[in-house]
Design a protein around this ligand. Structure first.
Ligand code: AMP
Length: 442
C-alpha cells in the first residue's frame, strides 16, 4: 500500500514524501481513512508506530477543507501529557502541513503565558497543548472553542497516570458536543476504557501493537551489579562498546544529575533531562543529544516519554522502573522503524522484585550477562517466569512522581476521578469550504 491511495491531497503527499516515507505504517493505513471519513477513532498504539502522522495527516486534510478560523478560536485541539510530546506533535503538524495554508501553535506550562496568548489572538487551525496550561489560557479568555471540529487525546494512559483526568474533564465540558474524537493510548486499562466511553462515539478501534510486548528488533539483557558499582559499570560499558549515543534512564531526578556529573568527570559528555530542568535546558539537552554533541542523555521516565529520537541504537536502564510498564515504554525508544536496538539494564539484588515484575509483564526471562570486573557481592536471585494472570490493577492513586513536578505542567495536585459519562454526537465529515489564513510560527 502507498500513501497515494489513502485519500490525502497532493500538498500533504508532497510533505510526506519530503520526509522520505514511502509506505504508511499499519496504524496510518487504518487511521487515515477512518479519520478522513469523519469517524471517531480509538487506537492502541505506542510511540514509534507512526501514530503522530496517523492522526496529523488526515487532520490537516480535513482542516484544509473547512472554514477559516476566527480570532481566538481553534479548529483542532491535540492534548498531550508532556511538554516534549506537545513540542514534537507541533513539529509534525508544521512538517506535514508546510504546503497548506493552515496555522498551528503549541502551548505548555513552564514558560511564560503572554507570548502564547499573543499567538492565539488570530485563532489557530491546530492547537497542541498540555492540559493545565490550556485551562489557564481558557480561563484568561485567550482561547475559545466554538469552532472546534476535532479533539485528539494523545497518550491518554499517561495523562491519567499523571493525574490529568480532572483537567481533561474540565476541558471536555467546554468543547462543542458536535465534534470528532481521536484517542490514542499505549495501553487500555479499565480506567482508559471508562474515559473512552464518555469520549468517543462508535469509534473505529485500531490496535497495532500487542499490549505490553517488547519489540522483537530490540535485543535485551541485564547485568547483575552492586549498587555502588553502577556508575563505574556504565562508564566501562560505554567505553568498551564505544557507544556514541546512549539514552540512560534513572529513577529519580537527583540520580540523573548525579550520574551526569559522574559521566562528565570520566570524560563522557552527558546531560540530564527531567522535570526540574527548565524548558530551555531540556530542549538544549535534546538538541545536543540529537546532533551527537553529547554522548549520553540521562532521563527520568516522565521527561523521556514520547521523545522522538530517530534510530536510537542504545538504551540503558541504570535503575529499573518502579512500574513494569515503563520498561516497555523505555525500550520502545530504540529499535524503531526496523532498526536494531539494544536495551541493557543494570540490576541490583534490591531490584529483583522490579525485575520479576518486568519479566512477568513481558512474559520472558531477560538474558543475564556478566560484566567483567563487576561481579556483584550481593547476587541477583534466579528468576522464574510467573505465568499466573496478573491481577487487575486497583484504581490508581494520584501519583507523586519522583520528578516532583509533572513534565507538562505546573503541579496542580488533582486527584484522578472516575470519569462521568458524556455522549458526544458524531461529527459529520466536513464539506468543502474556504481556506484558512497564513501560517504562524509554532
Ligand atoms: P511516532 O510513533 O508518531 O512517534 O513516530 C515514530 C517515528 O516514525 C517518527 O520518527 C516518524 O518520523 C517516523 N515515521 C512515521 N511514519 C512513518 C512512515 N510511514 N515511514 C517511516 N517512518 C515513519
Amino acid at each position: 500500500m502507498s500513501f497515494d491511495s489513502l485519500g490525502l491531497s497532493a500538498s500533504i503527499l508532497k510533505a510526506v514524501e519530503g520526509q522520505g516515507y514511502d509506505t504508511p505504517s499499519p496504524i496510518q493505513e487504518q487511521a487515515i481513512p477512518a479519520v478522513l471519513g469523519g469517524r471517531d477513532v480509538m487506537a492502541a498504539a505506542q510511540t514509534g508506530t507512526g501514530k503522530t502522522a496517523g492522526f496529523t495527516l488526515p487532520l490537516l486534510e480535513l482542516l484544509s477543507k473547512g472554514d477559516k478560523v476566527k480570532p481566538n478560536q481553534v479548529r483542532a485541539l491535540v492534548l498531550t501529557p508532556t511538554r516534549e510530546l506537545a513540542a514534537q506533535v507541533a513539529e509534525s503538524v508544521d512538517t506535514y502541513g508546510k504546503f497548506l495554508p493552515l496555522t498551528s501553535t503549541v502551548v505548555f506550562g513552564g514558560v511564560k503565558i503572554n507570548a502564547q496568548m499573543m499567538r492565539l489572538r488570530k485563532g489557530v487551525d491546530v492547537l497542541v497543548a498540555t492540559p493545565g496550561r490550556l485551562l489557564d489560557l481558557y480561563q484568561q479568555n485567550a482561547v475559545r472553542f466554538q469552532q472546534l471540529e476535532v479533539l485528539v487525546l494523545d497518550e491518554a494512559d499517561r495523562m491519567l497516570d499523571m493525574g490529568f483526568i480532572h483537567d481533561i474533564k474540565k476541558i471536555l465540558a467546554v468543547l462543542p458536543k458536535q465534534r470528532q474524537n481521536l484517542m490514542f493510548s499505549a495501553t487500555f486499562s479499565d480506567e482508559i476504557r471508562s474515559l473512552a466511553k464518555g469520549l468517543v462515539n462508535d469509534p473505529v478501534e485500531i490496535s497495532v501493537a500487542k499490549r505490553n510486548t517488547t519489540a522483537e528488533s530490540v535485543s535485551q539483557w541485564i547485568y547483575g551489579v552492586d549498587k555502588n558499582q553502577k556508575a563505574a559499570a556504565l562508564t566501562q560499558l560505554i567505553e568498551d562498546n564505544q557507544w556514541e549515543q546512549v539514552l540512560v534512564f534513572t529513577k529519580t531526578k537527583h540520580g540523573a544529575n548525579r550520574l551526569t556529573k559522574q559521566l562528565d568527570s570520566k570524560g563522557i559528555t552527558a546531560a540530564a533531562i527531567h522535570g526540574n530542568k527548565s524548558q530551555g535546558a531540556r530542549t538544549r539537552a535534546l538538541a545536543d543529544f540529537k546532533d551527537k554533541s553529547i554522548r549520553v542523555l540521562v532521563a527520568t521516565d516522565i521527561a523521556a516519554r514520547g521523545l522522538d529520537i530517530d534510530q536510537l541504537p542504545q538504551v540503558v536502564n541504570y535503575d529499573l522502573p518502579n512500574v513494569a510498564e515503563d520498561y516497555v515504554h523505555r525500550i520502545g525508544r530504540t529499535g524503531r522503524a526496523g532498526a536494531v536496538g539494544q536495551a541493557v539494564s543494570l540490576v541490583t539484588a534490591e531490584e529483583f522484585k522490579l525485575l520479576s515484575a518486568i519479566e512477568r509483564l513481558t512474559n520472558q526471562l531477560l538474558e543475564r550477562r556478566e560484566l567483567e570486573g563487576f561481579a556483584p557481592v550481593h547476587k541477583l536471585p534466579e528468576s522464574r517466569l510467573d505465568t499466573r494472570p496478573r491481577k487487575p490493577k486497583k484504581p490508581k492513586k494520584p501519583k507523586e512522581h519522583h520528578d516532583g513536578q509533572r513534565s507538562g505542567e505546573n503541579a496542580r495536585g488533582h486527584k484522578p476521578a472516575t470519569p462521568g459519562r458524556r455522549r458526544s454526537p458524531r461529527r459529520k465529515p466536513s464539506g468543502a469550504g474556504g481556506q484558512s489564513g497564513g501560517k504562524t510560527a509554532s
